[in-house]
Design a protein around this ligand. Structure first.
Ligand code: BG6
Length: 492
């Protein structure tokens, strides 16, 4: 593993506390960070190194997969964490940071490799990048990588602007745009299941597949993020990134080689084939949007979205959206992909369901059997696994058919303690593997798709349906599938 100085901008924030410090610790415990590394925490707030190291310890105690159980090992880990209070608009501070880092380079023999992780609001990305260059932080012979969080822009125009700013400092190959869904074990597994199994790939097309459904449901409301969410809504917050990423993984062609560029080239082709919703009528008939009102879950009353902190009392922001998406290419002609996501739904789950067509001239259907279609289900979150629903004869019956599940429950068999998405992504960024990061053309094309919808929605305010918190969202989402003769498969 190459030596690295990691910089965490936003080191006193929530992401660092919940995800990044625990990820560092797991990687360290598994020997994946190597010996030549240091971590510099940066934020405005004054903090001593000791205070910062105590924060890191606290966060690891609360959120990490590994317990701190060996004092010597812990000390050798935590002493590599240094803190510097930094004002991102003050170039002098960046000069000081350079001095600090040059010392760390030497102490830990990092080879001048630097990974800048911006756990900050996107408006700040441009300034920070420019100051990294001006402050001399990039004047080393090693590599310099930038890792950034979503949202990458608010629409295509703002994303382009942001990208231009970053590209003045970093090359595209050195920009690692995080979509944490791509770090999830089962999302990565889609590719393996599809391309490593003789019995799926031949069926993976319009001849055998009736539809594909992607559900990403959450029980939480907007929590403390009302200010951000009210500007964003479900379409931008989840649709533009996580949902389309999963759709790409399901729809892409096999790459000719297993490398980041070939894989992402195939994903981009899917985005290029998306049928853009051209007219108001297209948007109205192929999308559904809703907002939660007061409701309840397990006897507990839940407030309406409009009552949440930092949300406008008359807000028309959607907290739920569903869409019927078509990938207009040879493999998928005519196969609907249904996607839905929402806050304050009854369960927290992410599932991808492939519904197969019935075999033609099915003798059991002719005999009026109640025959369910075959399903292949990827359970992404919180349960991880895959199962297949198939039809068998009910034991002991006179030809009664029942659906059974052939189940690979990864969280049961391999253990729930699988690496967190952030561990995988941090490790990949350090190794220079950008396969599971979003390339610029993916971002741009995803915005292009989403922008059309977002532009049209305000023209028909009456289409925003209210749904009680704790319910499955607007009825219209059921109707959309019923129009095609389908239904949403219940999630587990
Ligand atoms: C984030 C969204 O990207 O993903 C949040 O901004 C959402 O609104 C979260 O809650 C869901 O992630 P996960 O991993 O908990 O399903």
């Amino acid at each position: 593993m190459s030596g690295t100085v990691f910089f965490i901008f936003g080191a006193t924030g929530d992401l660092a506390k919940r995800k990044l410090f625990p990820a560092f610790y797991s990687l360290y415990r598994e020997g994946k960070l190597g010996d030549n590394f240091a971590v510099v925490g940066l934020a405005r707030r004054p903090r001593t190194n000791e205070q910062f190291q105590a924060d890191v310890k606290h966060s690891i105690g609360e959120f990490a997969r590994y317990k701190i159980d060996n004092e010597e090992n812990w000390t050798s880990f935590v002493q590599r964490f240094e803190y510097m209070s930094l004002d991102i608009n003050n170039i002098e501070n960046f000069h000081q940071l350079k001095k600090l880092t040059d010392g760390l380079d030497e102490k830990y023999e990092t080879g001048g490799n630097r990974l800048f992780y911006l756990a900050l609001a996107p408006e700040l990305f441009g300034n920070v990048s420019a100051n990294l260059r001006e402050g001399g932080l990039m004047d080393t012979t090693g590599w310099h990588r930038l890792v950034i969080e979503k949202p990458f822009g608010y629409d295509l125009a703002s994303a382009e602007k942001l990208n231009e700013q970053l590209r003045q400092v970093f090359e595209e190959k050195d920009i690692y745009r995080i979509d944490h869904y791509l770090g999830k074990e089962m999302v990565q597994n889609i590719e393996f299941v599809r391309f490593a199994n003789a019995f799926f790939e031949p069926l993976w097309n319009k001849t055998y597949i009736a539809n594909i459904q992607i559900t990403l449901s959450e029980t939480v409301g907007v929590e403390e993020r009302g200010g951000y969410y009210d500007q964003s809504g479900a379409l931008r917050d989840m649709g533009q990134n996580h949902m389309l990423q999963m759709l790409m993984m399901m729809a892409m062609e096999p790459p000719s080689r297993l490398n980041a560029e070939d894989i992402r080239d195939e994903k981009v082709k899917v985005l290029r084939s998306l049928r853009l919703l051209e007219t108001v009528e297209d948007v109205r008939s192929n999308t559904v949007r809703g907002q939660y009102t007061t409701g309840g879950s397990n006897g507990k009353p839940l407030p309406a979205y409009r009552q949440e902190d930092s949300v406008q009392p008359e807000s028309t922001t959607e907290t739920y959206f569903a869409a019927r998406v078509f990938v207009d290419n040879f493999r998928w002609a005519g196969v609907p992909f249904y996607i839905r996501t929402g806050k304050r739904l009854p369960v927290k789950t992410t599932e991808v369901v492939v519904e197969f067509k019935n075999i033609p001239d099915n003798v059991y259907l002719a005999k009026k059997h109640d025959l369910q279609p075959n399903l292949l289900v990827f359970r992404v979150n919180p349960l991880e696994g895959i199962y297949m629903k198939m039809n068998v004869k009910k034991p002991g019956s006179e030809g009664v058919i029942i659906p059974i599940a052939m189940d690979f429950c990864q969280s049961c068999q391999i253990g729930i303690n699988t690496p967190e998405a952030y561990e995988r992504l941090l490790h990949d960024a350090q190794r220079g593997d950008s396969t599971y990061f979003t390339r610029w053309d993916e971002v741009a094309l995803a915005w292009q798709y989403v922008d059309r919808i977002a532009k049209v929605w305000p023209l028909s305010p009456e289409d925003l349906s209210m749904y009680p918190a704790g319910s499955w969202g607007p009825e219209r989402a059921q109707e959309m599938l019923a129009e095609d003769g389908f239904k949403w498969w219940p999630v587990n």
